[in-house]
Design a protein around this ligand. Structure first.
Ligand code: PRX
Length: 646
C-alpha cells in the first residue's frame, strides 16, 4: 500500500520540488546533464569566493588514476556558507539549539554568536600551531563546542576527524595514528543519561607515547577531575574565550579535504573516508533542504551524534549552510523517561525530526502513553536513517508519533555517499512503509548480479550507483588503492554500496541491508574483522567468526562462534571486555557459542554463509556443504546453536 502525502506536509509546500512530476523532471535533468544541474545548484546554494565553471572531472572508469573532482576551479571556505552570509540576513536566528542531558539544560546560540565562537576557536587553534591541511581529532560528546570545533578546523583549512565518544582508547589511538593528528580536541567528561564518560582520560591513554600530538584542547563540561599533561593540555576556556572574535576564513580550492571520518568495512581496520569542501557542502545543503521540505521557520532536530556521518551532514553542515535552527541533543531517548523526544518536540516546537529505526523500536516497545502526553502538533516531517526500517516501526512512527499527518522520509545513504542518496522528498513522494522510495536527483542507482550485470525492471540485486555525485567520498585517507579496491573493483565503472536491494513494480527501492561482512547493530556500523581480532587477542581463543542475526530492537545482533585453544577454557566476560577495549562500549556480543572448529572449505576459507544460517535459526536450510573440509563440524555447531541473548 502507498501513502499519499499527508495534509500537514502539503500545505504551503514551497520548495523547488513539491510534486512527483517536478521530482521526475529534476531527476531527468540531473541525469541528462549532471554538470549543468550541479553547477546551477551550487551557485544558488553556496557562497563561493570564486565561482566554479567546471563540473565533474574524472569518472568511475578512471578512478584508479586518482580521485574525482567536482567544481575543480572554484574556491571557498565552507564556514562562510554556514555562518558569515547569515550574518547579513538573520544574525539573531538561533543556529544551534542545544539540549543537555538534563531537560532543563538548554542553550540557544544565534548565528551571530556561533560565528564569533567559531572565529575565536579558529584563532585559538592557529595559536596552538594547527595549520591548514593538518589534522585534528575531535573526541567529544554532544556539546555545542563539538560543532564549534569542527567549524573552526574548517575555517582555518585544517582537516577534522571526529571520533564517536563511545570508542575505546585503542580505537582512538588507531585513528590518531592513521591520520597523524597534531591536535586532539576533547572535553573533561561526557554526560549521557546521568552517566559520566571519561573522555579526557581516554584521550590520555590513547595519546600516550604519540609524539605527533602536540596539543590537547579540553572543554570543561562537568568540572570533574581529569589527568593533565603540562605543556600539552590546554583548557578551551583559557585558549578560546580570550581569542579575537574576528577571523578571515582561509579560502581553499573546492577539492580541499574538509574531514576524514573512519568507518568499518569488510576487512581490516576502519578506513578514513575523505570528504572534500565544495561538493560536500553543495550536496548536504541541497539534500537537507529538499528531502525535509525545509522552510525558514522550521525547528529542525536530528538526534544523531556528531561522531557519525549523520551528525556531520545533517546536524552541522547541511542545516547550517541552509541557515536553519538545528538541535544538538546530549542525552538518550529514554532519559529521564521514554517521552524525552516528544517532550523536546513540545517545548521547542520541533517541526522536522530525524532519528534511527532502532530508537523508534525501543520507544514503540514502551507503548503510546509517553508519546501522547506531549503535544506534537508542530511536527511535519519525520525522518529515519541508519538501517532498514521494518514496516511495523514505520507504521508506529507514522500513526502514533505523526498522528497520520506527517510525511515519513526513510533516507538511505552511507558515510561514503556524504548525504542522502535514496529517499522520499517530503512533499512530493507517496511512501510505502519500509521503502526508501526513489533516488535523489543526481543519483543513478543500478541493481546488479554478482557478476556485475545490470538488472532491469522489478528485481533484486546488489545496489550500485552508476554516476558520480558531488557529495561522495573522494578517497581513503592515505590509501587511494584501498578506496578503489573497496568500492570500484566489484563492478568496474560503478560504485558498489555493499548493500542488497529490491526494486518493485513501481520503481521503489527497498534496501535490504549489507551483503558484505559489515554489521549494523542499532545503526552502528562495525566490521566482523574488528570483532574477530578483538576476540582472538584473548589468549584462550584460537579462532573466531562473527556473523549477524536478526534482532527485534537492534536490527542486527552479534553472534560469535569461538574456538578455544587446546586445554583452555573460555571466559565469556573476558571476551566482552576485549571487544570493549579494542572497539568500544557499543561493541557487545549478544550470543556466543563455543565450537569445536569453524566450517571451512578445503582451501581454508571460513564458510560464513553456513554460520549465518545457523545464527538465524535456519540451520536446516544449509544447502550444499560438499565443499567443506570437515562436515562433522557443522553438525556439532548446529546442535549447540544459541537461541537466546546473553
Ligand atoms: O546498510 C546501509 C545502512 O547503513 C549503511 C551505512 O552505514 P553508515 O555508513 O554508518 O551510515 C549510516 C548513516 C547514513 C548502509 O550501507 N542504511 C543506512 N540507511 C538506511 C540503511 N539501510 C536501509 N535503509 C536505510 N534508510
Amino acid at each position: 500500500m502507498a501513502y499519499e502525502v499527508p495534509a500537514r506536509v502539503r500545505e504551503n509546500a514551497a520548495t523547488p520540488i513539491h510534486d512527483l512530476d517536478r521530482y521526475r523532471e529534476h531527476w531527468s535533468r540531473a541525469e541528462r546533464d549532471p554538470d549543468a544541474f550541479w553547477l546551477a545548484v551550487t551557485k544558488e546554494r553556496i557562497a563561493w569566493r570564486k565561482e566554479p565553471t567546471q563540473g565533474l572531472e574524472g569518472s568511475f572508469h578512471t578512478i584508479a588514476d586518482g580521485p574525482l573532482s567536482w567544481f575543480g576551479d572554484g574556491e571557498l571556505n565552507v564556514t562562510e556558507s554556514c555562518l558569515d552570509r547569515h550574518l547579513e540576513t538573520q544574525p539573531d536566528k538561533v543556529a544551534i539549539l542545544w539540549e543537555g542531558d538534563e531537560p532543563s539544560d538548554v542553550r540557544k546560540i544565534t548565528y551571530r554568536e556561533l560565528h564569533a565562537e567559531v572565529c575565536k576557536a579558529a584563532n585559538a587553534l592557529k595559536e596552538l600551531g594547527l595549520e591548514k591541511g593538518e589534522r585534528a581529532i575531535i573526541y567529544m560528546g554532544m556539546v555545542p563546542e563539538a560543532a564549534v570545533a569542527m567549524l573552526a578546523c574548517a575555517r582555518i583549512g585544517a582537516i577534522h576527524s571526529v571520533v564517536f565518544g563511545g570508542f575505546s582508547a585503542e580505537a582512538l589511538r588507531d585513528r590518531v595514528r592513521d591520520c597523524e593528528a597534531e591536535v586532539v580536541i576533547t572535553q573533561d567528561w561526557g554526560l549521557r543519561g546521568s552517566k559520566t564518560i571519561p573522555l579526557k582520560n581516554v584521550v590520555d591513554e590513547a595519546c600516550q607515547g604519540e609524539a605527533k600530538v602536540k596539543k590537547v584542547l579540553v572543554v570543561k563540561r562537568t568540572g570533574d577531575e581529569v589527568g593533565w599533561t603540562e605543556g600539552r593540555d590546554v583548557w578551551w576556556h583559557d585558549a578560546v574565550d580570550s581569542a579575537s572574535p574576528e577571523h578571515a576564513a582561509e579560502i581553499v580550492p573546492a577539492e580541499h579535504p574538509l574531514f576524514v571520518l573512519y568507518t568499518s568495512g569488510s576487512t581490516g581496520r576502519p578506513k578514513g573516508v575523505v570528504h572534500t569542501s565544495g561538493g560536500y557542502i553543495t550536496y548536504t545543503s541541497y539534500t537537507h533542504a529538499t528531502v525535509f521540505d525545509l522552510r525558514p521557520d522550521d525547528v529542525y532536530a536530528c538526534v544523531a551524534d556528531v561522531g557519525w556521518i549523520t551528525g556531520h551532514s545533517y546536524i552541522v553542515y547541511g542545516p547550517l549552510a541552509n541557515g536553519a535552527t538545528t538541535l544538538m541533543f546530549e542525552s538518550i531517548p529514554t532519559y529521564p523517561d521514554a517521552g524525552r523526544y516528544w517532550d523536546m518536540v513540545a517545548r521547542h516546537g520541533i517541526s522536522i525530526f530525524y532519528t534511527a529505526p532502532t530508537a523508534i523500536r525501543v520507544l514503540a516497545a514502551q507503548g503510546e502513553e509517553p508519546v501522547k502526553k506531549h503535544d506534537r502538533s508542530t511536527l511535519r516531517v519525520l525522518g529515519t536513517v541508519g538501517e532498514p526500517i521494518n514496516p511495523e516501526a514505520w507504521e508506529w512512527y507514522y500513526d502514533v508519533v505523526g498522528e497520520k499527518g506527517c510525511n515519513i522520509v526513510d533516507t538511505w545513504w552511507q558515510t561514503e555517499t556524504g548525504g542522502i542518496a535514496i529517499s522520499p522528498i517530503a512533499p512530493a513522494t507517496p511512501t510505502k512503509p519500509g521503502s526508501a522510495t526513489y533516488p535523489m536527483p543526481g543519483i543513478i542507482p543500478s541493481l546488479r548480479t554478482p557478476e556485475g550485470q545490470v538488472l532491469r525492471g522489478p528485481s533484486q540485486g546488489l545496489l550500485c550507483i552508476d554516476h558520480p555525485w558531488p557529495g561522495q567520498a573522494r578517497t581513503v585517507w592515505g590509501d587511494h588503492p584501498r578506496f578503489v579496491a573497496t568500492y570500484f573493483n566489484h563492478v568496474p565503472g560503478a560504485y558498489f554500496t555493499g548493500d542488497g536491494c529490491r526494486r518493485d513494480e513501481d520503481g521503489y527501492y527497498w534496501v535490504t541491508g549489507r551483503v558484505d561482512d559489515v554489521l549494523n547493530v542499532s545503526g552502528h556500523r562495525m566490521g566482523t574483522a574488528e570483532f574477530e581480532s578483538a576476540i582472538v587477542s584473548v589468549d584462550a581463543c584460537a579462532e573466531a567468526a562473527i556473523v549477524a542475526y536478526p534482532h527485534p530492537v537492534k536490527g542486527q545482533g552479534v553472534y560469535a562462534y569461538v574456538v578455544a585453544r587446546e586445554g583452555k577454557a573460555i571466559d565469556k566476560a573476558e571476551l566482552q571486555a576485549a571487544c570493549r577495549k579494542e572497539i568500544g562500549a557499543h561493541a557487545r556480543i549478544d550470543r556466543m557459542q563455543i565450537v569445536p572448529g569453524l566450517p571451512k572449505t578445503r582451501s581454508g576459507k571460513v564458510m560464513r554463509r553456513i554460520l549465518r544460517k545457523i545464527a538465524e535459526g535456519r540451520g536446516d536450510e544449509l544447502g550444499d556443504t560438499s565443499t567443506l573440509a570437515d562436515p562433522g563440524v557443522v553438525e556439532a555447531i548446529r546442535e549447540g546453536a544459541v537461541t537466546s541473548d546473553d
